[in-house]
Design a protein around this ligand. Structure first.
Ligand code: CUA
Length: 317
């Protein structure tokens, strides 16, 4: 298997990748050959039948049945080869094997959320064991996203109100880029993550640790971790600079003006409401683009985030 990549393709790191690449190479080489035939033929005929002198006219050619059959039949055969080859690989990519590790993947503006069997969850980092088929059940909380891992050669639309399925098996450990391949709004380009392929032992340890992620941390430390891991950081700075959303620095006690004309001195309840029902109060000058975290964050996690945001008043401005 190709581990270095080529001019046209990144390194291949899934069991399906060689098949996809072979088809790609076949289409590429066929296209180059026909490009040369067409361009070479055109150049040859331009030269051969150029106007020679004042009375040099080209012969009147009306028909050549043999030629017409050849240039009809050969492309038809090629199109059929590409179709059946592509369809066979397409089915393989979209019908998971019987025994898989099932993970729920949710796309949301603008991060990925992964939920595992034992209740563990992760944001933007998908952790999977090496050499095991992994099946992803995909859906979106808002608009259309697309789950794209170039190294695995898989790309699948992620739709609201409907599930899609894809699967892969990574034969080698490593970290592979994960992108959103469907333009989904302002921070589409920040909707990136990693697929972390680890040994089975590491995977089980990770699952164990992630099912109880706040263990051994103070609420504030846990909140700081969640601020990163739940992708708050994508839109809210902690250094006072505005981003997609208002900065969290100095938030408690700050008087926020809202788009409906009302205002309020930010407190714990306002933060909680903004996490669970972000459209209830939208700060003036910002778009109502924050997704709800209802059903994504547990109460303890919200407590931790509120505690962390409060702590920013002490360290911040
Ligand atoms: Cu999600 Cu682009």
């Amino acid at each position: 298997m190709d581990t270095t990549g080529t001019l046209f393709l990144p390194p291949a790191n899934s069991t399906i990748a060689p098949e996809v690449d072979a088809l790609f190479q076949f289409i590429l080489v066929t296209s180059i050959i026909f490009f040369l035939i067409v361009v070479g033929g055109t150049a040859y005929f331009i030269y051969k039948y150029r106007k020679k002198g004042k009375d040099g006219f080209t012969a009147d050619i009306s028909e050549n049945r043999t030629l017409e059959i050849i240039w009809t039949v050969i492309p038809i055969i090629l199109v059929f080869i590409i179709f059946f080859w592509g369809f066979k690989t397409y089915l393989k990519m979209h019908v998971p094997p019987a025994e898989t590790i099932q993970i729920k993947a949710t796309g949301q503006k603008w991060f990925w959320q992964f939920d595992y069997d034992n209740g563990a969850s992760s944001t933007n980092d998908l952790v999977v064991p090496v050499g095991k088929p992994v099946e992803l059940l995909l859906s979106s909380q808002d608009v259309v996203h697309s789950f794209y891992v170039p190294n695995f050669r898989i790309k699948m639309d992620v739709l609201p109100n409907r599930y899609t399925v894809t699967w892969f098996e990574a034969p080698r450990q490593g970290e592979y880029d994960l992108f959103c391949a469907e333009f989904c709004g302002t921070s589409h380009s920040k909707m990136i993550g990693k697929v972390k392929v680890v040994s089975e032992r590491e995977y089980n340890e990770w699952l164990e640790a992630s099912s109880n992620p706040g263990e051994g941390l103070s609420l504030e430390e846990y909140g700081a971790k969640l601020y990163q891991s739940k992708a708050c950081v994508t839109c809210h700075s902690i250094d006072g600079s505005p981003n997609i959303g208002p900065t969290l620095s100095g938030l408690i006690g700050r008087t926020e003006q809202f788009t409906d004309g009302s205002s309020l001195s930010a407190d714990e309840n306002y933060i909680r409401e903004s996490i669970l029902n972000p459209q209830a109060k939208v700060v003036k000058g910002y778009q109502p683009v924050m997704p709800t975290y209802q059903g994504i964050l547990k109460d303890k996690e919200i407590d931790a985030l509120v505690t962390y945001i409060k702590s920013l008043n002490k360290t911040g401005e």
